[in-house]
Write a protein of this length. Structure first.
Length: 254
């Protein structure tokens, strides 16, 4: 892994550790080593960066395995300490931002890496990277920020490819919900993706709960004239499936 030279005496980076204790550092997977705990592997890498640059490395750590989020300073001599966060909030961001907003090069590189992993059929790794990117962007900006939404949509697609329909449905619904609230022209496509993910659910409770929300979204978009004719069969499908006895859910496809 290579990192650009720091602009100040403190080099900042972000670390994401999944519930399965797999780690991502600045968008790169942390190599797994036998008999080396993930937290130790991350700390070793941070120490390497600090020693190579002879500067303090400050890591924003999002540890989903323990439910903790904190700042960690690692010094060139190998010592580390928890860093006290600034009381200054992040600058406010527009929500939603203009539709033509483009990803900064560093974020675009991360998306390219995720896509490369997916095309190589390394779907689990691609999903882990997408989750880390979405967590980072949501924390840095906000859940409704265009960057975070795009990352969430990518994560939903990868969850679908990985055969995790519940996760794919929840993520896709979250994107669709925001875009419906802002009458975004892309909202119908996002509700369509959420509908596709929902179609793979088989348990009665999530089918009914998420199906009700999908119907409300389609109705809202229809009232605003934002449902293309091509999506009309999906709207009918949701209504039909909601009227289908639970035992027949597994046989229903859009």
């Amino acid at each position: 892994m290579t990192l650009p030279a720091p602009d100040s005496e403190v080099f900042s980076c972000d670390v994401y550790i999944s519930e399965e204790e797999r780690a991502v550092l600045n968008g790169d997977l942390v190599p797994e080593a036998e008999d080396v705990p993930v937290h130790e592997a991350v700390l070793n890498l941070l120490h390497d960066y600090a020693r190579e640059r002879d500067t303090v490395v400050r890591a924003a750590v999002n540890d989903r395995s323990s439910g903790e989020t904190f700042l960690l300073d690692v010094l060139p001599d190998g010592s580390s300490r928890l860093s006290v966060p600034s009381d200054d909030p992040l600058p406010p961001t527009a929500s939603p931002a203009p539709h033509d907003a483009t990803l900064p090069p560093a974020l675009a590189d991360r998306v390219t890496t995720i896509q490369r992993q997916a095309h190589a059929d390394q779907l689990d790794q691609a999903l882990l990277l997408a989750t880390a990117l979405r967590e980072y962007l949501t924390g840095r900006y906000e859940a409704a920020h265009p960057y975070a939404l795009e990352a969430r949509a990518l994560e939903a697609y990868l969850a679908h490819l990985c055969g995790i329909p519940r996760q794919a449905t929840l993520l896709a619904l979250a994107v669709a919900r925001v875009r419906c609230q802002h009458a975004d022209p892309r909202a119908a496509d996002d509700v369509a993706r959420a509908t596709a993910a929902w179609s793979f659910l088989q348990d009665e409770q999530p089918v009914l709960a998420h199906g009700t929300e999908l119907l409300n979204m389609w109705q809202r978009l229809g009232d605003q004239g934002l449902v293309p004719n091509a999506h009309a069969p999906l709207v009918r499908y949701v209504g039909q499936r909601m009227r289908t006895p639970p035992r027949a859910y597994a046989a229903q496809t859009p």
